[in-house]
Every structure is written in C-alpha cells, then in structure tokens.
Design a protein around this ligand. Structure first.
Ligand SMILES: [Fe+2]
Length: 301
C-alpha cells in the first residue's frame, strides 16, 4: 500500500463545556445546554466528516503533555474515564476507543528517523486526556473510526516559540509520510483554541450564556484577524504572524497541533471553511475545515 493521503484537516477545539452542553450518555454531569453556536458548528463538521469516510482520525492534543519527546497512543483498545482536572464538574467521560496502532507506529518511526525523540504509549490502563476525547467526541460521537492520538511535547514552552513549532513542523511532515506509506485515508484534527484569555470564575450554572463573551477584546480582534486570513487561504501569512498571535492572544496554538496539521497538509494556500466561532469561559474557538478532496488535492474514495 502506498496510496495513502490526507483528505482533510479540521481546526477542532476541545473545551469540555461543549460535551457538557450536549449531554451525551458517556458524560456524567448534566446540563441545560449552552454554547449552542459552537455545537452547531461541530454538527456541520460531523456531516462533512461523514461524507469524507476516512479510515482514521489523527488528533494532536495540548492536554496530553509529554516532557520528553512526542508520544503516540499504542494500545489497540483503550477505555476508562477521562476527567478534566480544571473542570471535573463538567467533564467525567467514559471513553472507549480503537487505536490504529500500525499507523501510530509508522508516525513514531518516521518522526524518529527525522530526528525527533519519540515513544509509543503502551500502558493498557492509560487515561486518555480530555482534549483528545472532547475533540473526537465533538467530531464523531459514534466512535466508530480508529484514531491515532499524539501528545504535545512541551518544547514550545521550554524553547522559543519558533524553535518549538519547528519540531511540530517536522512532526507534521513525518505524519504525512506515515499516512502515505500505510495507505490510509486520513483526517487530521488540530485540537486548539485560539485566544486563550479566560475568566477565572464560572457563572452559576456554568451554562448561563448571558455571562459568555470574549474575556479580552485585543484577543478577540486577533482571532478575527487570524480567521479572516484562514478563510482567505493566506496560510503563509498566518504562519508569519503566528508567533506574535501566540504572544499577544496567549493562543493555545502554541502547543503545536495547528502547526503539525498544516505541515502535514504541506501548508496549502487554501481557504478554510468556517463552521462557527464562539467563546467558552471567555476563550476564542473556531471550528474550521480544509477539505483537500474538494480542493482537488486529494482523491475521493
Ligand atoms: Fe485546552
């Protein structure tokens, strides 16, 4: 097999509030809803994913933090309870997922060959982080597509932002090679919030949407500027201003998923489709898709 390809990439942020607002049976806490515009955006993304019919979903999550190198889920079947340490009142989710171990190993090996420190995660009782689970639930609540989970190495926080993101660029290129070699039709999920300034207290109840708005106006303006560039397909310009955006909007894209995804897609100068934008406890979140089939950069099934 060597006809593997990336068929789409999604900006797919992971505020656990979105799962809480939806009340799926897997999540213990109950809500009266909330954050509907973002949840409707994900419904739109779900319909698009359904048409794409991928073999595998790859997700890079800022909340599986590894100090040494880039780690990959490496156990075929994982299940357990994922709890958000900041919002355990909102997210206690019973997960059950299937990992595409062959592809994960290929990603791990390719990235090592390209000079990164990598490791397969083989602990059968591993608790998958809430970022990975939230993004996967929001994009595909049926849990019927195998996944590859990739950790966020902390390099952007120990090195300069630019040096750390260079590693994520290499990780993306390695991911692309592994997908091509293993013959997978793959969808990439960048599990990132944009502006990450947030409120420090929750309203009662947390889903009281009369209290939800951007925490920081300058951060909101940055989000609008970035979304505008992404919708126009000015990807090289996005990456030129990315370090400044990260510094000034405290943007979560610093942790690498966004760079990983675009590097894997070879930075296409392609307009992204915006499905929706909304704030969650003041942070900025956009659900967007880059459909490489529609753009003629990948083949339909
Ligand atoms: Fe986060």
């Amino acid at each position: 097999m060597n006809d593997g390809q990336i068929i789409a990439g999604f900006l797919a942020p992971h505020p656990p509030h979105l799962v809480y607002g939806e009340n799926p049976p897997q999540n213990e806490p109950r809500s009266q809803g909330g954050w509907e515009p973002l949840r409707w955006a994900y419904e739109h993304a779900r319909r698009s994913l359904e048409e794409l019919k991928p073999d595998v979903l790859l997700v890079h999550s800022p909340h599986w933090i590894t100090q040494q190198g880039h780690h990959f889920l490496g156990v075929r079947n994982l299940n357990g309870k994922s709890v958000d340490p900041i919002f355990p009142n909102l997210f206690r989710y019973k997960f059950e997922l299937e990992v595409d171990v062959e592809l994960a190993e290929a990603c791990c090996n390719e990235a090592a060959d390209m000079g990164l420190t990598t490791k397969m995660m083989r602990n059968p009782n591993f608790r998958v982080d809430y970022g990975t689970i939230t993004t996967l639930h929001m994009i595909r609540p049926q849990w019927d597509i195998p996944v590859v989970g990739i950790s966020a190495n902390n390099s952007p926080y120990y090195l300069t932002t630019e040096e750390g993101l260079e590693e994520m660029d290499v990780l993306g290129k390695a991911t692309r090679k592994a997908i091509e070699q293993t013959g997978r039709r793959a969808v990439l999920l960048a599990s990132n919030t944009l502006c990450h300034y947030h409120f420090h207290e929750e309203p009662v109840p947390p889903e009281d949407m009369s209290q939800e708005h951007p925490q920081n106006y300058a951060g909101y303006l940055w989000d609008m500027r970035m979304i505008d560039l992404l919708r126009q397909g000015k990807i090289s310009e996005v990456f030129k201003v990315l370090p400044q955006f990260i510094d000034e909007a405290f943007a979560e894209v610093k942790s690498g998923a966004f760079t990983w995804m675009f590097a894997a897609m070879d930075y296409p100068e392609l307009p992204g489709e915006l499905y929706g934008y909304g704030t969650v406890i003041g942070t900025g979140n956009a659900v967007m898709e880059w459909n490489l089939i529609k753009a003629g950069l990948a083949k339909a099934a």
